[in-house]
Ligand binder design. Sequence first.
Ligand code: CA
Length: 233
Amino acid sequence: MQRKTRILIVEDEKPIREGLVDVLVYHGFDVDTAADGRDGLKSALSGRFDLILLDLMLPGVDGFEICNRVRASDPEQPIVMLTAKGTDEDIIRGLDLGADDYVCKPFSVAQLVARIKAVLRRSQIGQDDVYRLRLDRDLEIDLRNLEGRRGEEPLRFTRREADVLHYLHANAGRPVPREELLAKVWGYPRSLGLETRTVDIHIAKLRRKIEPDPANPRYLLTVRGAGYRLLSG
Ligand code: CA
């Protein structure tokens, strides 16, 4: 029999933690928990888990530091952050530290489970062999190693940012709708009708990295009413 998928829940608020355990056990996951940052960090670094569900505001060691430390030891460890509503700064910081995705509290069970499954699915997909983008003479991106350069300036990308660039590049002849990016890059079923703001956040982050003037993008264009398009070559 195939072993169950193991999820670590790091959450200090007991009712939320217990609610998460109920939901995830019901959906067939093998679940372990940590109620504070120190325990969470220790378990998260153990490498025993297929995915870590990580609250950000924790006593002891906060979720940002846990995310940072886990990424330093394992670039591939799937991490989903739990955040409060309306905390875009936290979300952006967590994504910058390498979290794969986030779920806002209070969360719907359907969305939580969909996001966890999507992140797990992605982590099991192998790398494509088309991984070097040369957008022009001054901008090169290595999607496999998550790095690049703009002129002399070195660039670092998160896995998700690289996946977005990869998909846009593979479809460079047309604008790609936000919903399509959510479905193809994030792996979310379109039927869920998830918000597309997460796509916009990633595009903004990418523009800050690759565009000489992020307010007037040259490579990563918005096509009004149609989506995003990557110009290259
Ligand atoms: Ca908390």
